[in-house]
Each structure stands twice: as structure tokens, then as C-alpha cells.
Ligand binder design. Structure first.
Ligand code: SF4
Length: 480
């Protein structure tokens, strides 16, 4: 039995949100914070194996590195496992060095999708001193193997897939081509350790449980790392298991709001029908509210009516672009007409829409941007995020900009991340940025939307105020 500490390290929470919303934190959006289910899954697996586990999300609890050191002193772990992502990685590596200098005996592990088959450039540019292992996929499957091998048969660590062993300044990657784990082989996340009260919907302030319905994906959308990190096969959880997890949250923790973050949620009508029927036939009926990501390529009218009846109030839809050319190049698997049809379906079922759009991919010219603006104004979602691409190192977006000869200097050097403002082959970054803000202003000043927001003023005065503030911000912005 080992003492294992799992955490989202301390740091600026807004960096996490900015990353999620591609640096647009002022948008009037329900900045849904996903709960730390990944830590919860690891904790559940390790608890089952008899390890002594400590779990904490220092970011959401706004704890400092000193709090982390205090916890380390009290818990005295054999191994500490931290989640990281590009916007935080340099800060997180500083924390690892701090941990190692406080106690060199602690084994340090960092995991995140940036370590999936990392390039030599990435490994040489990151200050990885103090890190023992990097995990680049399937952390809940890999970590138990790593604990067993590291403490009992260190020579076998090289047989574990998806990791990089960092030893004496040398980085050795193991096999990244093996098949990935199936989420159905994992227990439910250890919610008793997750401090659920910190994760809530900012638009209604209700504690919200994040429910993962699948792992992996057989599609390869340009912005998404699901197929790398969890594999190219989509493993869907049975609807009955998803229902059991929801009911457990409701029954044990009194949680009435749920968030389904994966768009594979809408992979099949039969599956959605089964889940919704289970909810409707349970004590949760009329007592819960939920938000689900759906994929426009698979979303149907029947699903919408079932979901509405089972308490769904909002759909997250990634429309991306208003041109079929861009959608095709992004590998999205649907057309603009299908996007508009999905909007009609959602509106007919009285489901709110949180629309995700993007602008400024390498091939886009002014016509592409105008088409996206038209789609935004026509679909007029209840909430919006209009993102500009960010070329994180080793990402598909970075490759697209490199291939188009737009990204000339590296996004990462020994000095840190160097995320450059990106233009396209035909448009400058400044032009795209101005176009984006004008598009947002047109969207927020849409009379239908203004009326909708006005009607929420008594129920959600803070939300209405932030809506007005954001319009003011857009007006004040220098680009007008
Ligand atoms: S379909 Fe969804 S999960 Fe699959 S690659 Fe595309 S965005 Fe990611």
C-alpha cells in the first residue's frame, strides 16, 4: 500500500478558464467548470487497490503552493501526481521543483494531453528537472501500473504504455501505439473525495456534477485531442451505468444539476432514449436540470424531445464555422445546413443553446469570416463563445499553421510559451480580431437576444448585468 497524492496544482484559476475559452473570459457565457473527474477516476481505482489516496483541486479551492507543501508535510506521500496543461505547464513545473527540493524522495508524476507522444523539441524545451514520469494518455489505467512497477520492479516501467521516463536528465518514451483503456473498466469517480460544492454552474450557482459518458473517439476534429488521449475507438458507457452515477450524485450528495461534456453523448437515439426514460421513471424526474454537449452530425429531433422531457435545459453545440469548406477541412462531419437544422430542432424543443464558433484558421479569407458571422446571427444562440485558434506545441492546430507557412517561430522555447497572434494566409490577426469583436457586438445587440436577456432580469440580475457590461466592453474597445 502506498500513499498517493493526486492534485490539480495551485495556480491562477482564470488561466484554466482562459485556456478553456481560448482567452475570452469576458464573454457572457456560463463558464462551466468541469469537475475534477479525472482525479476522481484515478482515486477510485487506487482506493480499490488498497492505496491511501489524498485528492485536492488546489486551483478551484484557491489554495497556494504553501498550502500544498503543508498538505505534503501532513500526508507524507510516496508519490504525487499533478494534472497540467499548456497554459500552466511552466508554473506547474516550478511547483514540482519546489516539491522535490522539500523532499527528494517523493516520486513526481505529471499528466496531461500535451505529453501524448511528445516531440524531442517539447521535451528539451520544458524544464523537466524534478519530474520522474510524464503520462500522456489513459492516466487512470497507467498510474496503477506505474505505482506497481516503480516500487516493486523498476526495470518494468519501460513496458508501461503512454509514459515518458525522466531519469538523470534523459527522457525515454515508451510505446504510444498500444490500444487504450475502456472507460467501462473503471469504477465511478470517487466523489466522496472531490469537494463537489466547488463545481457549480455560474448562471444558476447550483452545484453541478460532471458525468463522462464515453472515452475515445473515432473522429478527428482538428481542435480535439480525445482520439489521441483516450484512443481512436469510442467506448460508450451503457445508459444504465450513466443513470446509476447520476442517481448516486442525487441520492448521496443532493446534486441536482449535471453536465455532460462530451459530444459523443448524442451518438445514438436509442442510447439517449434509454437514459432519458430511466431519468423520467426515477425520483429525479422534474427535480434535476442538465446541460449536454451534442454533436450536430448525430443530433435529432427525437433526441431533443426526449432530453427536454428528462430535464435537459441547455445544449452545447460546436458549430465552428459558417462555411462548408471550413467545416470539411476541420473534419467536422456536418454541413452549415445541418447546423441550422439543429438550431431549429433545439428551439422547437425549447432548449437553450450555448454555441461555440471559431474564426481564423489558416485557409480562411474574408468570405469565410462573413459566412461565420451570418451563421452566428442566424442561429442566435443564448450564449456564445467565438474563439480564435491557439497553436499549442505539437497540436493539430499548430501543424495546420506550420503547413500553411504562417507559423514561423516555435510556440515553445526554453523561455516559455510563445503563443503568437495568428493571421491566416489572406488576413492579418488584427483584421480577424476586429472582425470577431464586431461580430460579437452585432450578436449581443440583436433585439431578439436583448429581449430574451431582459426577460431574465428578475431571475438572474447578475447575468443581465454582465451581459450589459460585456456590450460596454465591446463598445469601448479600441478597434471601434
Ligand atoms: S466528434 Fe467530438 S469527441 Fe470526437 S474528435 Fe470531434 S469534437 Fe472530439
Amino acid at each position: 500500500m502506498k500513499k498517493i497524492m493526486l492534485c490539480y496544482p495551485p495556480g491562477d484559476l482564470t488561466v484554466k478558464i482562459k485556456n478553456k475559452y481560448k482567452f475570452q473570459t469576458l464573454d457572457v457565457i456560463p463558464a462551466m467548470l468541469k469537475a475534477c473527474n479525472d482525479l476522481g477516476y484515478i482515486a477510485a481505482v487506487l482506493n480499490n487497490q488498497g492505496h491511501n489516496v489524498f485528492l485536492k483541486d488546489y486551483k478551484i479551492q484557491q489554495n497556494s503552493p504553501l498550502d500544498l507543501l503543508d498538505d505534503i508535510l501532513n500526508f507524507n506521500p510516496d508519490m504525487i501526481v499533478l494534472h497540467t496543461s499548456f497554459p500552466n505547464v511552466f508554473e506547474d513545473l516550478k511547483i514540482i521543483r519546489m516539491i522535490k527540493s522539500s523532499n527528494p524522495e517523493i516520486v513526481t508524476v505529471l499528466y496531461g494531453d500535451l505529453f501524448f507522444n511528445p516531440s524531442a523539441d517539447l521535451l528539451s524545451n520544458l524544464p523537466l528537472g524534478g519530474v520522474d514520469y510524464l503520462i500522456g494518455a489513459d492516466e487512470a489505467f497507467v498510474l496503477p501500473l506505474l505505482i506497481a512497477c516503480h516500487f516493486n520492479s523498476p526495470q518494468d516501467v519501460f513496458k508501461i504504455p503512454f509514459i515518458t521516463v525522466c531519469k538523470n536528465g534523459l527522457m525515454q518514451k515508451t510505446n504510444f501505439n498500444l490500444s487504450h483503456g475502456d472507460i467501462n473498466d473503471l469504477p465511478a469517480p470517487a466523489r466522496n473525495m472531490m469537494k463537489n460544492e466547488y463545481y457549480y454552474r455560474p448562471d444558476n450557482m447550483k452545484v453541478t456534477a460532471t458525468i463522462i459518458t464515453s472515452s475515445g473517439c473515432d473522429k478527428k476534429c482538428i481542435h480535439c485531442s480525445e482520439y489521441n488521449y483516450y484512443g481512436p475507438v469510442c467506448h460508450i458507457r451503457p445508459a444504465s451505468k450513466v443513470f446509476e452515477e447520476m442517481y448516486d450524485c442525487y441520492n448521496k450528495y443532493g446534486i441536482t444539476n449535471f453536465f455532460f461534456p462530451l459530444d459523443t453523448f448524442s451518438h445514438s437515439e436509442k442510447w439517449v432514449e434509454e437514459l432519458c426514460d430511466l431519468i423520467i421513471d426515477s425520483p429525479m424526474n422534474n427535480n434535476i436540470e442538465w446541460i449536454a454537449n451534442v454533436n450536430i452530425a448525430t443530433f435529432t429531433e427525437y433526441m431533443a424531445s426526449e432530453m427536454k422531457a428528462a430535464g435537459c435545459s441547455m445544449l452545447v453545440m460546436r458549430f465552428d464555422c459558417g462555411s462548408d469548406d471550413s467545416l470539411f477541412r476541420m473534419n467536422r462531419g456536418f454541413t452549415v445546413d445541418e447546423s441550422l437544422n439543429s438550431v431549429e430542432i433545439a428551439k422547437k424543443a425549447k432548449l437553450k443553446i450555448y454555441g461555440l464558433y471559431s474564426m481564423g484558421l489558416p485557409w480562411e479569407n474574408q468570405d469565410h469570416l462573413i459566412a461565420t458571422k451570418k451563421l452566428i446571427l442566424k442561429s442566435c444562440p443564448d450564449y456564445i463563445s467565438l474563439a480564435l485558434p491557439v497553436a499549442y506545441p505539437d497540436s493539430h492546430i499548430e501543424s495546420a499553421f506550420k503547413d500553411a507557412n504562417i507559423l514561423k517561430s516555435p510556440s515553445l522555447s526554453k523561455d516559455g510559451l510563445n503563443l503568437q497572434p495568428l493571421g491566416t494566409k489572406f488576413l492579418s490577426h488584427q483584421f480577424i480580431s476586429n472582425f470577431r469583436e464586431k461580430t460579437l457586438l452585432r450578436y449581443y445587440l440583436n433585439p431578439a437576444l436583448f429581449l430574451k436577456k431582459l426577460l431574465t432580469i428578475t431571475k438572474e440580475p447578475d447575468l443581465f448585468l454582465s451581459y450589459l457590461k460585456y456590450i460596454w466592453f465591446l463598445f469601448k474597445n479600441k478597434s471601434f
